[in-house]
Design a protein around this ligand. Structure first.
Ligand code: XMP
Length: 519
């Protein structure tokens, strides 16, 4: 870890800190977000090639605002300050920061004043940049020169080339800043001298090595859900310590069609990974618990609690282990508070893991990876594409895609309808009928039964609901415009092939007011 070329992104509470690390990694340079509370000694130990101060919501001149020892500028390590970070640099080095007469928010025209600035190499003279500030640098510290300005911001960028200190009031990491990526690349490659040789395969290799060192002869237990994160974690650990790893896969009978068997195919005895795989077929047990339960929250709770129980029973059989492994990924770490250990990421996002599972330490091999990096590592480790690129699937599974009571019969209906729908969407996409696949698409089962006619018989069957949304963050979403002929084909196939369904509906609701799942 220590000899890897690293950029430390020192977090002062800004909303784009993840993005900064992300952009640095896009330059093939490893970056880590660390809290501003990390000590100077910790920084020295990592010996980073460069440090980036992030933005933050505070005013640097207030006593209570996050700050840092100005010794950091004397380590000889290049530092770049962004937004709050730029103001902090100015403030700590004797410049002046004040409330700006005019705040700037959003896309803003800039003028680069120093064409020879290393930071702006190859950048046009007047890039549009993304601003978001109420304070500004009123006076630069001694030894600094102003390298860019805007109409209302006299110091849009400043630098002290000799000391390798750079600062931008704007956010180069966001897409709205023209050539922002070039500026960050200039900093990490040209100023910091990084080689730009960090790659996912070196991640996989070095992580396997680190895991071997950490785990030694110890035993590791992992709750495998069949989702991307826990699968990639399992594959990595299997490559690192083989049979010292035991994966417990709880099949709750609420997975998509054939998914349980697929997980077994990959990780079970016939698969290519060397590990102990335990599949617990707990479907009956779950259905029993869910009998008569209609309220969504209650269903989620039961599914989560039951998982804990099953996992606990299995782990008691296994006995004491040394490590509990988890597929925690970087956004989980950031969400749960920087610097603290990530809260236990449970298989079901509800309930957490059992207290009675005895282990000494947690291992989280994916802790520093973003989702698409996890996917790349998965491919690198030889996991099949259908698994690596699978859609988001809720931990409580089909339990929350069946409105009302969950029964074995309803699970079968929704599994079959969903498989047809996904197959037809994939076909339509391959045939060029859709430009892109929706970000999430699935079938759910409404609780409505209604009268129909099939042949000479009247039926009284369920209505399947098709859902498809476009979304980038899953916080808001729009219904996808699926070609009518595709919807019709799906409807035809579901009615003909899935027993118990006599009606198919398409859900047009956006989020808000709806949610993506239909529970
Ligand atoms: P909603 O329905 O809240 O879904 O709009 C947003 C995204 O989150 C997924 N989702 C879950 N994922 N456990 C999960 O791991 C859950 O309990 C859960 N509930 C919703 C949903 O599939 C969508 O991608």
């Amino acid at each position: 870890m220590m000899n890897r070329e690293t950029i430390i992104v020192l977090d002062f509470g800004g909303q784009y800190n993840q993005l900064i690390a992300r952009r640095v990694r896009e330059c093939n340079v490893y970056a880590e977000v660390r809290p501003y509370t990390m000590t100077l000694d910790e920084i020295k130990e990592i010996n980073p090639k460069g440090i980036i101060f992030t933005g933050g919501p505070n005013s640097v001149y207030l006593e209570t605002s996050p700050s840092y020892s100005k010794e950091i500028f004397n380590l000889g390590i290049p530092v770049m300050g962004i937004c709050y970070g730029s103001q902090l640099m100015a403030h700590l080095l004797g410049g002046k920061v004040a409330t700006a007469p005019v705040s700037e928010y959003g896309s803003t025209a800039t003028e680069i004043l120093e064409e020879n600035s290393k930071l702006f190499k190859g950048v046009k003279k007047d890039p549009t940049v993304w601003m978001s500030h109420t304070d500004y640098i009123a006076e630069v510290p001694e030894g600094f020169k102003i390298t860019a300005k805007t109409k209302d911001c006299p110091v849009a960028a400043m630098e002290n080339e000799e000391r390798k200190l750079y600062a931008t009031q704007f956010h180069p990491e966001v897409m709205h800043t023209e050539q922002g990526q070039d500026m960050l690349r200039n900093f990490v490659i040209d100023v910091c001298g990084c080689s730009g040789s960090w790659k996912m395969d070196s991640f996989v290799e070095s992580t396997i090595k680190e895991l071997r060192e950490k785990i030694g002869n110890g035993r590791v237990l992992l709750a495998l859900s069949g989702g991307v994160d826990s699968s990639v974690a399992a594959a990595l650990l299997a490559k690192a310590v083989g049979k010292q790893l035991t994966c417990v896969f709880v099949d709750h009978g609420l997975l998509r069609k054939d998914e349980g068997d697929q997980v077994e195919e990959i990780f079970g005895e016939k698969g290519k990974f060397d590990l102990n795989f335990i599949r617990v077929n707990a479907a009956e047990r779950y259905y029993k618990k869910l009998e008569g339960v209609t309220e969504p929250e209650k269903k989620r709770k039961i599914i989560g609690e039951e998982f804990i129980r099953v996992f606990e029973e299995e782990s008691i059989k296994i006995g004491e282990v040394d490590f509990l492994a988890q597929g925690t990924i970087y956004p989980d770490v950031i969400e749960s508070g920087l610097g603290k250990s990530a809260t236990i990421k449970s298989h079901h996002n509800v309930g957490g893991l059992p207290e009675d599972v005895r282990f000494k330490e947690i291992v989280e091999p994916l802790r520093m990876l973003f989702k698409d990096e996890v996917r790349r590592a998965g491919l690198e480790l030889g996991l099949p594409e259908y698994l690596v690129f699978r859609q988001p699937f809720p931990g409580p599974g089909l339990g929350i895609r069946i409105v009302g009571e969950v029964t074995a019969e309803k699970v079968k209906i929704v599994q079959d309808a969903d498989a047809i729908y996904r197959e037809e969407i994939d076909k339509a996409y391959d045939a060029g009928l859709m430009k892109a696949k929706p970000n999430q698409y699935f079938a759910a089962l409404s609780n409505m039964r209604s009268v129909g006619v099939m042949g000479d018989f009247r039926t009284y069957d369920y209505a399947v609901v098709l859902r498809a949304v476009n979304t980038s963050d899953f916080m808001t979403a729009d219904c996808t415009e699926i070609p009518f002929e595709v919807l019709q084909k799906v409807m035809n196939r579901i009615i003909n092939e899935v027993k118990g369904v006599n009606r198919v509906m398409y859900d047009l609701t956006s989020k808000p007011p709806g949610t993506i799942e239909l529970e």
